[in-house]
Design a protein around this ligand. Structure first.
Ligand SMILES: [Zn+2]
Length: 350
C-alpha cells in the first residue's frame, strides 16, 4: 500500500483576513465609487445592493464610528452589516452569506485597497495597486453606565427641564395620549442648544454628576490652550421617551427623531478620549452606552400607582408578555390589552 500524498489546502492567512477586516466601510464605499456624503455623524449613500432598484434619495447610512451600514430605502431591503467584507458582498452579490461570499469578498476588498494576499502555505499574491490610504476604524472603550437609580434621578430632573414643542404635543395627542399620560410617561422634546445650556447649568447647580449617564458626554473643541471639554447630549431633535426597568425606574431613554432614519434611536453616548488619532469633532469623554434594553410597558392605570423602586410584579401579575415594535405601539397595546408588554426596540440602532 502506498501512502497518498495530500497537497496541503491553501488558505488565506489570518493576518490578511484581519487586515481586510480593519478596512472601514467608509473607505471601501469610497473605493467602490459610492461617493458617501456626510450628514451629521453618518454618511448617506444610495443602496449598494444591485437588487434594490432605483432610489430618488440616498437612504443607506454608514456610521463610521460604529463601522456599520444599513439600507432604509423604502423600509429597507435587508442590505446592511458591520464589515467592509459584508459591504463588498452586498455590492457585488446583492446579499451576504459568509459561506458563499466570504472568500471572494476578502479578495475583492484586498484588491481595491492594495492589500497583498498572504496564504497559510507561505506563498503570497502581491497587490496590483499601491496600498490605499485608510481611515481608522474607531473603537470606543466600553464604559459601564451608572446604576439605574442614578440614571433615573438624573433623567427625571433633566426631562422636567426639557421643553414640550407644539408639534410634538399634537403628535402625542393624535396618538391618543391624554395630558396626564404625557406627564406620566415623561414625554419631552429634545432641547435646542440655548435651552440645553440652561438645563445643564441647572443640573450642575442641583449637584448632579453627568458622568457615565447614557446620552450625556463631554465634547471637545480646539482652542489656543489645547482641547476644551464641554457637556453635551447626543441628540439634536425629536423627543425623549423614558424607558422603564422592572422596578419602574427611568433607566434609559429612546429618542423619536423628527427627521432621519431610523426614527427611534437610543439616547446613548461613548468615550473615546484616549483615541489620539480621532478627529476632534468626534471626540467624547465620560459617555456611556445605553445598550439595547427592554422596556417594561404596562397600562396607564398601573403606571399611575407604580412607585419607583417597587417591582412591577407587586402591581401586576401576568404570564403573558407580548412583544411589539416601537414605544408608542407597546404603550397603546398595553392600555388596550391591559397586559404587561415588553417593548422590543424597533428597527436597528444605527
Ligand atoms: Zn437597499
Amino acid at each position: 500500500m502506498t501512502a497518498e500524498t495530500k497537497k496541503p489546502f491553501k488558505r488565506i492567512s489570518q493576518e490578511t483576513i484581519q487586515e481586510v477586516l480593519d478596512v472601514s466601510i467608509l473607505d471601501i464605499s469610497e473605493q467602490l465609487g459610492h461617493s458617501p456624503r456626510r450628514s451629521g455623524k453618518q454618511y448617506a449613500i444610495f443602496c449598494p445592493s444591485p437588487n434594490h432598484g432605483s432610489e430618488r434619495t440616498p437612504d443607506t447610512y454608514i456610521e463610521p464610528y460604529k463601522n456599520i451600514f444599513k439600507c432604509f430605502g423604502g423600509g429597507g431591503c435587508g442590505c446592511g452589516g458591520n464589515s467592509s467584507i459584508a459591504y463588498y458582498s452586498w455590492t457585488e452579490n446583492g446579499e451576504y452569506d459568509p459561506k458563499k461570499h466570504f472568500l471572494s469578498s476578502v479578495k475583492g476588498v484586498a484588491a481595491l485597497m492594495g492589500i497583498s494576499l498572504k496564504y497559510t502555505d507561505g506563498s503570497s499574491e502581491k497587490a496590483t495597486i499601491a496600498p490605499v490610504k485608510r481611515t481608522k476604524v474607531y473603537k470606543p472603550k466600553e464604559t459601564e453606565p451608572r446604576d439605574d437609580g442614578e440614571c433615573d434621578r438624573l433623567y427625571r430632573s433633566f426631562l422636567s427641564l426639557c421643553p414640550i414643542r407644539a408639534h410634538h404635543y399634537e403628535e402625542w395627542k393624535s396618538r391618543g395620549y391624554s395630558n396626564e399620560e404625557i406627564k406620566l410617561f415623561g414625554l419631552r422634546s429634545v432641547p435646542n442648544k440655548e435651552e440645553l445650556q440652561d438645563i445643564l447649568q441647572s443640573l450642575h447647580q442641583q449637584g448632579f454628576d453627568l458622568k457615565h449617564i447614557p446620552g450625556f458626554s463631554q465634547r471637545a473643541s480646539k482652542s489656543a490652550e489645547g482641547l476644551v471639554w464641554e457637556w453635551s447630549i447626543n441628540a439634536t431633535d425629536g423627543y425623549f421617551i423614558p424607558v422603564r426597568n422592572e422596578i419602574g425606574q427611568w433607566y434609559r431613554m429612546r429618542i423619536r427623531r423628527d427627521a432621519g432614519k431610523p426614527k427611534y434611536i437610543w439616547f446613548s453616548s461613548y468615550d473615546n478620549s484616549d483615541d489620539t488619532s480621532c478627529e476632534v469633532y468626534l471626540l467624547r469623554r465620560y459617555g456611556a452606552s445605553s445598550g439595547a434594553p427592554l422596556n417594561i410597558t404596562v397600562p396607564t392605570n398601573v403606571v399611575q400607582n407604580w412607585h419607583v423602586g417597587d417591582s412591577i410584579q407587586d402591581y401586576f401579575s401576568t404570564d403573558t408578555v407580548i412583544s411589539t415594535e416601537g414605544e408608542h405601539k407597546s404603550q397603546l397595546s398595553a392600555n388596550i390589552l391591559q397586559t404587561l408588554v415588553d417593548g422590543v426596540p424597533g428597527v436597528g440602532n444605527v
